[in-house]
Each structure stands twice: as C-alpha cells, then as structure tokens.
Design a protein around this ligand. Structure first.
Ligand code: NCD
Ligand code: ZN
Length: 349
C-alpha cells in the first residue's frame, strides 16, 4: 500500500467561525494541522488583540481533549484600526498578521477597507514591526468583471502598496489566477501566496456542471483551466513563496442552498488529503511536505513543526454532510471518492 509521511502541516488560512459552528468544525483541523491561522471575519470582527485573545480561548475550549493544536490569529483591518493596536499585536505571541478585506469583497467584509490609502499609519507601523499583511486580493469596484477582480486588485492596490511599503511582508491569500501567480513569483522578497484545494482541483466549469452548484461557490471564484494549471505548477513546483491555506469556510447548508447563497467552500474534513490528491496527480507527492509544512512556517518565521502525519492511498467516500449546529454542513467533494486517507496514529498498523 502506498503511504506518505510528512511533517505535521499548518493551515495558513482557515475560517473556524464561532459558537456552535466552531464546535462543529474545529476538530477536523486539529486532527490534521499543528497550527492554523484563524481568520477574523466574525460578527463582530476580531479587530483588536483583546478580541483575538478571547477568540483564541473560545477556539481552545472547542477542541477535542488533549489536542496538540495552536491557533494563531490575524486582526481584521478597518479604516479606524489604531497604530497602537499593531504594537500590541506584534508584542503578542499569537497574532501573526493583519487581514485586509476590501469592503464588501466577501463574507462579513462590510467592515473592511475602501482603500489601503486610508490605512497609511497602520501599514507603516506594520512595516516597522514586521507584522504580515494578509490580503483578500479582489477589487470591489462593481464595474470590474468578477473574473478580473484579482488582476485589477493587483494593478490598482498591490503594485502601489509594494512600492510604498517595500519591507512590508504580504500574503496574497487564495491566489486564483495565472496573473496572480506570476506576480507573486516575480514580486521579490516579502511576498507570498496561499493556495486552496478547490482552486487547485477545479476550474469554473465545475460551478455549472449539470446545474448550479452552490457548494462550489466561493470567493475568489473558481477560474479558468489555464489558471488552475498555473496554480498547480506554483504549488507543486517547490517555490517557497507558495504554501498551504485551505480557506475552508463553513456555512450552513440552508445558507448555501438559497436564492442568494453565501460564498465559502468547507474543506477542513479533508484539509490535507485534498492537497495530497493534487500533488499525486501532478506526480510530485514528494513536494507536499515543503508546501504544507515548511514554506508557510518559514515565511511567518515560526519553527517548523515536530512530529509527522501519514497519508495512505486508500479510497474513501466523503460523507454527504456533517452536523453543523442545528443545520448541516455539505463538505467539498460530498459523495465523491478521495484517493488519500489520513492515517490515525492511534489506529494505525
Ligand atoms: C469566506 C467566508 O465564508 O468567510 N468565503 C469564501 O468564499 N472564501 C471569506 C473569504 O475568505 O473570502
Ligand atoms: Zn478566507
């Protein structure tokens, strides 16, 4: 039987939610990942270190007993974020960045920023303190076609940002296009990107295959096949600028299967297995370890994890749904077969 062991990985972009949602999903990530970067788009958003500390305590309380799992946090950037908050974040040992949502770009992004120009003091302080900026890189101008939002964001916001704050370290989250990948690859030091399983495995055709597929609707949208191919090359090519961030974003089934369904794909149930699928198909399974367990830790300047996890080539069927509070959660790949299964250390051979 084919198996692969890798260093315990980190998920550098994860939505854990709160309350009953948090309780329903936290265990999936804790079983696979040593550390995660928990996104701050709660309601109300996690805008201060004090709110981040309280959220971290709630995450810890939701974990299975004995879980060896470290939640790291990003603060939610607003136009009223104070530069002092950046000092507090840099002094903490669990806030590792500040997440910028362009206002209205995605789920719970209403409190985000209309222009990075309005955050000068904060960005200067971040550059001084070496706190990482995580970008949801999509233009929100309604005149911009939804499929061009990433490239227009790069042109209008990211290029000027890199020029103005050359030492600010930036992660272009969930990069989805060939243009985005090229920009990151040529972007010089201090620029990196995370890649999601859905953008690596599917193109936009999947969203409309046989009918409208609300569970594949996420932001940024799935893109063209030539974009997906560029993402796979970025993930599996060994470039340390690219690393794992699932963007697993659970929403209740009723909120997805709706006349106005919300954006987000839940993938934490197979948060490492799906990437194994990508790397195996590309014939580069030996590079999964670096992508999942080394590049992100190195970029964030935290030690690589100790210990390992093992994946085995043993097909399994993804359940149709999981419990999610009083509702249900439909996972990525529901009802389909995945080739790679995570071996539980307790029940392994
Ligand atoms: C995310 C969510 O639901 O919080 N949704 C998504 O489609 N990815 C927000 C985000 O990261 O865009
Ligand atoms: Zn996200």
């Amino acid at each position: 039987m084919q198996t692969i062991s890798i260093t315990r990985p980190d998920d550098w972009h994860l939505h854990l939610r709160d309350g009953a949602g948090l309780a329903a999903v936290a265990g999936f990530s804790a079983r696979r990942f040593a550390r995660v970067l928990a996104m701050p788009n709660l309601q109300p958003p996690v805008t201060t270190v004090a709110l981040a500390a309280a959220y971290r305590a709630r995450i810890r309380a939701a974990l299975p007993p004995g879980a060896d799992f470290t939640p790291l946090l990003a603060l939610y950037l607003t136009e009223t974020t104070a530069a002092d908050e950046i000092d507090r974040a840099a002094a903490s040992d669990f806030v590792v960045g500040v997440k910028c949502y362009p206002a209205g770009a995605t789920t719970h992004a209403e409190a985000g920023v209309t222009s990075l120009e309005r955050c000068r003091a904060v960005l200067e302080r971040m550059e001084e303190c070496d706190l990482v900026l995580q970008l949801h890189g999509e233009a929100t101008d309604p005149a911009v076609d939804p499929y061009d939002r990433e490239s227009v964001f790069i042109e209008r916001e990211l290029v000027p940002l890199r020029r103005r704050y050359p030492r600010l370290r930036v992660v272009l989250e969930h990069v989805t296009t060939r243009a985005g990948v090229d920009f990151v690859r040529d972007g010089g030091p201090g620029l990196a990107a995370t890649l999601t399983p859905q953008h690596l495995l599917l193109n936009r055709g999947a969203l409309f295959a046989g009918g409208l597929r609300p569970h594949l609707y996420c932001l940024p949208l799935l893109k063209r096949e030539r974009d997906r191919e560029a993402l796979v090359e970025a993930a599996t090519g060994g470039d340390p600028r690219f690393f794992l961030g699932t963007d697993s974003a659970p929403h209740a089934r009723t909120a997805k299967e709706s006349a106005c369904g919300c954006a987000g794909v839940f993938s934490a149930h197979a948060g490492i297995e799906l990437y194994a699928e990508v790397f195996a198909r590309a014939g580069r399974l030996e590079r999964l370890d670096a992508f999942a367990s080394a590049h992100g830790a190195d970029f964030y300047r935290v030690p690589r994890n100790r210990g390992s996890i093992t994946l085995v080539r043993e097909p399994w069927t993804v359940p149709a749904h999981y419990p999610f509070g009083t509702d249900q959660l439909v996972p990525f790949g529901a009802g389909t077969t995945l080739e790679w299964r995570l071996l539980d250390p307790e029940t392994g051979p």
